[in-house]
Design a protein around this ligand. Sequence first.
Ligand code: AFP
Length: 335
Amino acid sequence: MKRITLTRFLIEQQRNEKVLPGELRLLIEIVARACKTISHAVSKGALGEVLGSLDSENVQGEVQKKLDVIANELLLEANEWGGHLAALASEEMATIHRIPNRYPKGEYLLLYDPIDGSSNIDVDLSVGTIFSVLKAPEGVPGREVMEEDFLQKGRQQVAAGYAIYGPQTILVLTVGTGVYEFTLDREVGSWIMTDANMTMPQGKCEFAINMSNRRQWSPAVVRYIEERVEGTAGPCGKDYNMRWTASMVADVHRILKRGGIFMYPYDHRTPGKARLRLMYEANPMSFLVEQAGGAATDGFIPIMDVEPTGLHQRVGVVLGDKAEVETLTAYGNAH
Ligand code: AFP
């Protein structure tokens, strides 16, 4: 593949596709640069004294890892001064962070999970950063941004992406014109395009789910998984493989590259109870998966059609191979 940098790709998107206003291009470049710094911190591990947990909890009631806070601060500081944002929101912050008055304000809203898969940090397994970009409503930044301004359906996203900090550091993003992958060239410090117009392989027999949660699955999910565990002896007539990496970024990246389905379904025992966050995990990943030819539902309706009611609300997630997602969603709607 011809060596195309992220900067060149974004400039050409801005020039050729006219889908990328200058401020949005700047936003993506700043987030990508912050992810390089996060990758450097992650790779230091114990040598950088970035492992372990703090005595604090985040708004989710989860014990914060040192890297959760470090990555959150890096993204906050990188984005405050650029003049492209009206405000930002993070998994690690209880409410929105308005751009301080000493800086110019822009028309975009940035939402992110600074470190996804935090439980993997201390055992050297892949983690990542997920981000989603919305446009602020009319009148902003003329008036003060409110939390309600963030509560837009996933369909309203203008950009989404993730960085995965694994054997390589990879950035995957969409601005609505397909999905593009960039690998960090550490020697030069540039993001180099390594996959373009990514199309998720279909018909691959691989599912990702945390099997230890079986007691909380709906009958539809139990049926779907048991049919696949039965393999050639069951109704699917073919054997399936299972993967679970406890990092949504790592599981979604694998599915974008080699197919399969990822599930973190609603807890059937408690209506509405789920694990993954709608605004900065499920929505950006759903945008990427749909752009790559896959599907993403909450088990019942497309995730990007879910009406948000809260900044940190959680949602069931079923995403990946279109036929597999449609099968499971049909089971869910049949009950
Ligand atoms: P953490 O960031 O708290 O580790 O959670 C990661 C995550 O939100 C998502 O990335 C994983 O798919 C899922 O949780 C893993 O959940 P389990 O630990 O219950 O398997």
